[in-house]
Design a protein around this ligand. Structure first.
Ligand code: KIV
Ligand code: ZN
Length: 516
């Protein structure tokens, strides 16, 4: 967190892996979280909220592993105002160069009465006890008043003052249910600054949800009223309608510096990469017209706009695509490109692959180049991601033959399971049903298919298909991905990838149930 002494520097607190992961279906495994954390650190995120350690052993492990690897960003673990929670969060962030404990409790009358079933005085005491306890483990403690925007002002002021006195260096005011509107939320921040006597001893933070589509507007209004930390997520991922989108906050501050003279530590050129990674990992597609990272955010379709753009880009573009790391699709490599050019390209795209993974990725590239004339950046990203995904897979696709048409479809499938080949054939209602049916017969599970999604990586009928499959088994959800120039091969790869993740989850929960 360099230069945070600048009074106009806004601390960017990313909660993609905590609040973001709370979106139903947006599960991420450890390896994926480590990849996201690496990009967040590279892009200059000040604080990474890596998880909620008490929520599950997987969350605990993820926070701990991220704490071990991230060096520049502060690594934060969330906990309720309960001794067991705080202790676990403290253990999880212990390896961090700079670790933060973020403890919270509800302060609104509605939450205190119905959710906590606690009297305000008991909540007040819990604020003091939880912050004091957290401070025994680290100097960097953040306190949040859940449902802060619907809390009574007098009580909120008392709690904030007590939290600061107990040692909280950051006070976060959430609009938990996305109910506030900008003027009202700015006034709340101003009220706290005016009425809490020790408020200058803490950084004021905001955490806005998007239920009314106002999360970014509320966050920026709060900044203008004096908040100096914004909690946000990549692509606006988060509970229900999501959280404030980091890319929108960062680019609004950058683009409207004339009216908002603030700065962040974010290198905005990383935005597209982070957005694509989070979307690929979670299977949450970014809507095409989404600000900053949607596919159409920099597209100019109408003749009048195109004409204006050709004369002067400023006519219809308030920021450049390059400023968010979107380089206009370039034809990059072809069938005759060698391994040096490929290696360089992969590096330019931000990947750091070991020798073996690089060799495998190059082999895949040659296969794709054989069937696809033009290879774009997006193709390389899809095939490298696909390669990285499969490194530790126990189940692998060996071959797939499909007959399909207007009558029943028939699949013949060969898988390798822990090195042993297993084959199966069967019919189904369409080729995907036939192929997935074969996998289920070879590897029986209780998993239910929750999502099957196909996305073309580039234009053209020879485009690679990127398929996402979401499986749910006994309350656990996993997302699998696969990419190939053949949509059915990509589909089977995605299903198999999801199965592999389920097997890892089973292994962690019950090592005896490991047979695939
Ligand atoms: O929305 C919320 O109130 C939260 C808190 C735990 C910070 O996510
Ligand atoms: Zn939240």
């Amino acid at each position: 967190m360099s230069n945070v002494s600048d009074p106009n520097r806004i601390v960017i607190f990313d909660t993609t892996m905590r609040d973001g992961e709370q979106s139903p279906g947006a599960s991420m495994n450890l390896e994926e979280k480590l990849r996201i954390a690496q990009v967040l650190e590279e892009m200059g995120v000040d604080v990474i909220e890596a998880g909620f350690p008490v929520a599950s052993p997987g969350d605990f492990e993820a926070v701990r592993e991220i704490a071990k690897t991230v060096k520049r960003s502060v690594v934060c673990g969330l906990c309720r105002a309960a001794p067991g929670d705080i202790e676990l969060a403290a253990q999880a962030i212990k390896p961090a160069e700079r670790g933060r404990i973020h403890t919270f409790i509800s302060t609104s009358p509605l939450h205190m009465k119905h959710k906590l079933q606690m009297e305000p005085d008991a909540v007040y005491q819990a604020v003091i006890d939880s912050v004091r306890m957290a401070r025994r483990f680290t100097d960097d403690v953040e306190w949040s008043c859940e449902d802060g925007s619907r809390s009574e002002h007098d009580f909120l002021c008392r709690c904030v003052e007590a939290a600061i006195d107990a040692g909280a260096g950051t006070i976060n005011i959430p609009d938990t249910v996305g109910y506030a509107i900008p003027e009202e939320f700015a006034a709340l921040i101003q009220m706290l600054r005016d009425r809490v006597p020790n408020i200058d001893k803490a950084v004021l933070s905001v955490h806005c949800h998007n239920d009314l589509g106002l999360a970014v507007a509320n966050s920026l209004a709060a900044v203008q009223a004096g908040a100096r930390q914004v909690e946000c997520t990549i692509n606006g991922l988060g509970e229900r309608a999501g959280n404030a989108a980091m890319e929108e906050i960062v680019m609004a501050i950058k683009t409207r510096h004339d009216l908002m003279p603030y700065s962040t530590g974010i290198e905005s050129e990383f935005i597209t990469r982070a957005s694509r990674l989070v979307s690929a990992v979670t299977g949450f597609v970014v809507q095409p017209n989404k600000a900053i990272v949607g596919e159409n955010a920099f597209a100019h379709e109408s003749g009048i706009h195109q004409d204006g753009m050709l004369k002067h880009a400023g006519t219809y573009e308030i920021m450049t695509p390059e400023s968010v790391g979107l380089n206009r699709s370039k034809l990059v490599l072809g069938k005759h490109s060698g391994s040096h050019a490929f290696r360089q390209k992969v590096k330019d795209l931000g990947y750091d692959l070991g020798d073996n993974a690089m060799k495998d990725a190059f082999r895949r590239f040659k296969d794709v180049a054989d069937v696809k004339k033009e290879i774009f950046d997006e193709d390389i990203i899809a095939l490298v991601d696909d390669e990285v995904l499969r490194v530790n897979d126990r189940v692998k696709l060996m071959s797939l033959e499909i007959e399909c048409g207007t009558r029943k479809s028939h699949a013949t499938l060969q898988l390798s399971v822990d090195g042993e080949e297993r084959g199966c054939e069967g019919s189904g209602d369409g080729p995907v049903d036939a192929a997935f049916g074969c996998i289920k017969r070879l590897i029986p599970t209780d998993a239910r298919l929750q999502l099957y999604q196909v996305h073309a990586v580039t234009g053209g009928t020879d485009a690679q298909a990127e398929v996402t499959v979401r499986l749910a088994e006994h309350g656990r959800t996993v997302n699998g991905r696969g990419a190939d120039t053949d949509t059915l091969v990509a589909s089977v790869k995605a299903y198999v990838n999801a199965l592999n993740k389920l097997l890892v989850k089973r292994e962690k929960i019950a090592p005896s149930a490991m047979s695939a």
